[in-house]
Design a protein around this ligand. Structure first.
Ligand code: ZN
Length: 148
């Protein structure tokens, strides 16, 4: 018996139920039929979409709070892309452009960027400020903070 997990679609933000042993078999969204995991960070600049992923996902959600004008953010972006491919489907990897989503930056009191925040069951469990430019370092940081 494998448990079903709520997985929020990165395309249409519908909540899907996926058996945990199906997560790594490239499941598609029941609503829009696109892959539930793309190997790329999903942009959650819309607060409603952000809330759906962070509050409803039954896998941890990693968020990179960044901005286009931030040099260290741009330096970290390629490593973050690679880390996404490595961490999915255990973790939903997302990014928030704090210039677009100023309310989200304020809600989470983001004072400097890039800031990585890890959410489990809607609660922030870890935060790291400053660029990590090695994908393995990002993956290790996340893995060390996952529950269980
Ligand atoms: Zn979908």
């Amino acid at each position: 018996m494998s448990e079903a997990l709520h997985i929020v679609c990165p395309h249409c933000h519908t909540t899907n139920r996926v058996k945990s042993d199906q997560l790594s078999s490239a499941p598609d969204c029941g609503q829009c039929h696109q892959p539930l995991f793309t190997g790329h960070p999903v942009a959650l600049d819309d607060a409603a979409a952000f809330d759906k992923h962070v509050l409803r996902s039954q896998i941890p959600v990693l968020v990179d709070f960044w901005a286009p004008w931030c040099g260290p953010c741009r330096m970290m972006a390629p490593a973050y892309e690679q880390a996404a491919a490595e961490l999915e489907p255990r973790v939903r990897v997302a990014k928030v452009n704090t210039e677009v989503a100023q309310a989200l930056g304020a809600r989470y009191n983001i004072r400097s960027i890039p800031t990585l925040a890890l959410f489990v069951a809607g609660k922030e469990v870890a935060r790291q400020t400053g660029a990590m430019t090695d994908p393995a370092q990002i993956a290790r940081w996340v893995s060390a903070r996952l529950p269980g």
